[in-house]
Design a binder for this molecule. Structure first.
Ligand SMILES: Cc1cc2nc3c(=O)[nH]c(=O)nc-3n(C[C@H](O)[C@H](O)[C@H](O)COP(=O)(O)OP(=O)(O)OC[C@H]3O[C@@H](n4cnc5c(N)ncnc54)[C@H](O)[C@@H]3O)c2cc1C
Ligand SMILES: Cc1cc2nc3c(=O)[nH]c(=O)nc-3n(C[C@H](O)[C@H](O)[C@H](O)COP(=O)(O)O)c2cc1C
Length: 593
């Protein structure tokens, strides 16, 4: 028997019914005095009434006409692709028919045919497009570029505000699309290294505007929320947003004691994390600022000891990297005429090199409150380190090769935030917060028989140790050739024993080394490439893939120029076309920083 029935099967409403006590009593007095037929009539009446007065349901709605959308991305290390893929997913939920295209694979005329276009583009070099996007970028900038009349567009730029040309490619594309007749439906967003949130806001904003502008019939459903991006690595619960505390199982300086450099071999245990990676990927390390730098900064702006503030300055924000946005933010609170003059024009560009935020606040002193100080900074970006091991050879481990950054500029000794956080303030048994940053554009060839040529001076050699471990573990038969360089043979031959072992095991077929300071004239990897040009070109003709990793500013440019010289010398062919073809076939890949 339920609580709704009396012993005589006479229903009464329970005290929990959604009515006041008086109403329950009144209703029960009616119900208890009613006949079965009356109660049936009453329940039928109420049910029928509700149905009759529900908001009208339209007859089977015609399938919503989807809004066509092209999401094009220009990427090097994959961030723009991840953002674009996420935007596609969100667009799909909002009723768009969205397609994702890589600048590397599209033609400008196809792009101009898009009705609705979202562009996500990163900036590299000194304001340059990502390598594989150069061709399309140049075609867009050319005089004979097609018109974009009738194309609704919006651009998201990815970049790093530490660079003078912050998000330059995004800015130029945005201007260009408008110039070619496109209609900007949402303002461009320039996203810094901490791009997830601005990317999320831009995506939902641009999609909402497209829904308004495109006005499909009937309108597609819109997502009510600004879904925040979490570009998680799918195989693990750990990600950039939630890094894994990895135990350091080895930490050793590979340089000799008389070397001017310190390059640390770091082993991290990923056991229990579920994190996996491929050779060519990097590990992101969450670093902390140095206490001494924090103390100096606080003193410079007149702040005394404050534990909570110090904690935030240590873990949350970038207190060293000087940039134009930081200078502008500081100018707004410091009210210094000399600083205002520096920012009024181009003079700030000459002020930046070799200087940090501490120089700004000492050169243009001002007293700041804690909030004003915190307001100057961007979030502290994680630092990436190429993995130097293969999971097939070293299960559950990730090896890194970290060069400790130390230098003196403008009369001040300075230390790299993350590299010295690892080198000076950690030991075996400590933990580092890490995540995996995958890089699809730096991968071993799928064909295990394909020869590879690896050019990796300094820490640039790290991924090639992973490549060789992987090729050894999988029994890949392709030939392997390494160009390595550093300062001296005696003190700076990183992983020397490993290369010897790889040679003995028949994994490393050739190694050419260039130690710049072992002789009066400087010798670099590109010089060795030139000396071996006939063989190098023969390997390329056999189908070899060529990889370059390491310093972007000098080495990668010089190696690129040398490759071009060698191709011209050996083949007489147009080196630009030859190299473009190599890139298209993914036989010329670079991971430079
Ligand atoms: C995909 C990728 C892979 C990478 N892999 C590796 C790797 O395997 N190993 C490795 O060691 N690094 C690697 N890096 C670089 C690494 O991420 C850090 O940038 C590097 O360790 C410096 O970080 P930091 O925090 O120690 O220095 P920061 O505090 O970031 O300081 C570095 C900055 O100091 C300035 N600076 C440095 N030297 C001088 C100087 N002599 N004069 C004036 N200014 C100077 C420059 O502005 C420089 O950008 C990689 C980067 C990327 C993007
Ligand atoms: C070697 C190098 C050069 C870079 N040059 C610039 C630059 O000139 N301007 C800028 O805004 N960002 C620059 N960046 C930052 C990248 O644009 C940023 O990391 C971006 O998120 C990369 O996106 P992607 O993975 O889609 O290529 C540079 C980064 C590296 C490693």
């Amino acid at each position: 028997m339920t609580s709704l029935q009396t012993a005589q099967s006479q229903p009464i409403l329970p005290s929990s019914a959604p009515f006041s006590e008086d109403h329950i009593t009144a209703l029960n007095s009616v119900i208890s005095g009613s006949s079965l037929a009356q109660r049936h009539w009453l329940s039928g009446f109420l049910a029928g009434y509700e149905v009759a007065h529900l908001p009208a349901v339209s007859p089977a709605a015609a399938p919503a006409k989807k809004i066509p959308l092209t999401i094009a991305y220009a990427t090097d290390s994959g961030n723009a692709e991840e953002v674009a893929a996420k935007a596609k997913k969100i667009a799909g939920k909002q009723g768009f028919s969205a397609k994702l295209v890589d600048f590397a694979d599209l033609s400008v005329s196809d792009l101009a045919k898009a009705k609705n276009l979202l562009v996500v583009a990163s900036t590299w070099g000194e304001g340059d497009p990502p390598e594989r996007a150069v061709e399309v970028y140049q075609a867009l900038m050319a005089d004979d570029a097609p018109r974009f009349d009738g194309v609704n567009f919006s651009v998201l730029g990815l970049g790093d505000s530490a660079y003078v040309n912050f998000c330059e490619v995004g800015k130029r594309l945005d201007e260009r699309l408008e110039h070619l007749g496109g209609m900007r439906i949402a303002e461009r967003v320039d996203a810094d290294l901490d791009f997830e949130e601005p990317a999320s806001t831009w995506t939902t904003g641009a999609l909402d505007r497209l829904v308004d502008v495109a006005k499909p019939e009937p309108a597609p459903q819109t997502l009510p929320t600004a879904e925040v991006f979490h570009l998680d690595f799918p195989t693990s619960a750990y990600s950039k947003a939630q890094p894994f505390p990895a135990e350091i199982t080895d930490l050793v300086n590979l340089n000799g004691s008389r070397s001017a450099k310190e390059t640390y071999h770091v082993e991290l245990s990923l056991e229990g994390s579920g994190l996996t990676f491929e050779p060519g990927d990097s590990i992101g390390v969450i670093a902390e600022n140095d206490e001494a730098v924090i103390a100096e900064l606080m003193m410079a702006v007149g702040l005394s000891a404050d534990e909570a503030l110090e904690r935030r300055l240590r873990t949350d924000v970038d207190i060293t990297q000087l940039s134009k946005p930081v200078m502008e933010a500081y100018a707004a609170v410091a009210h210094d005429d000399r600083l205002a003059a520096l920012l009024d024009g181009e003079a700030w560009k000459a002020y930046l090199p070799g200087r940090q935020i501490i120089d700004l606040v000492t050169d243009f002193p001002a007293k700041l409150e804690a909030d004003a100080l915190l307001g100057l900074f961007r979030k502290l970006p994680p630092r990436l380190y190429s993995v130097a091991s293969s999971l097939k050879a070293e299960p559950d481990l990730s090896h890194l090769l970290v060069s400790a950054v130390r230098y003196n500029s403008h009369g001040r000794d300075r230390e790299g935030v993350a590299s010295t956080f690892i080198a000076d303030r950690h030991k075996v048994g400590d933990h580092l917060k890490v995540y995996v940053k995958s890089n699809k554009n730096f991968r071993l060839p799928e064909d295990p028989d394909r020869p590879i040529i690896m050019v990796g001076p300094g820490t640039g050699v790290a991924p090639f140790r992973a490549f060789l471990q992987e090729r050894q573990a999988t029994g890949a038969t392709g030939k392997n050739w390494l160009f390595f360089g550093d300062r001296t043979y005696t003190h700076d031959f990183l992983y020397q024993l490993d290369w010897q072992e790889f040679e003995q095991d028949g994994v490393l077929d050739r190694i050419d080394v260039a130690f710049s300071r072992d002789q009066p004239e400087k010798v670099y990897v590109q010089d060795r490439m030139w000396e071996r040009r006939a063989d190098l070109f023969a390997w390329l003709e056999e189908g070899a893939a060529l990889y370059v990793c390491g310093d972007e500013k000098a080495m990668a440019k010089d190696v690129d120029a040398m490759l071009s010289t060698i191709i011209a010398d050996q083949s007489g062919a147009d080196p630009e076309a030859y190299m473009a073809e190599l890139k298209k076939e993914r036989r010329y890949q670079r991971d430079v920083y």
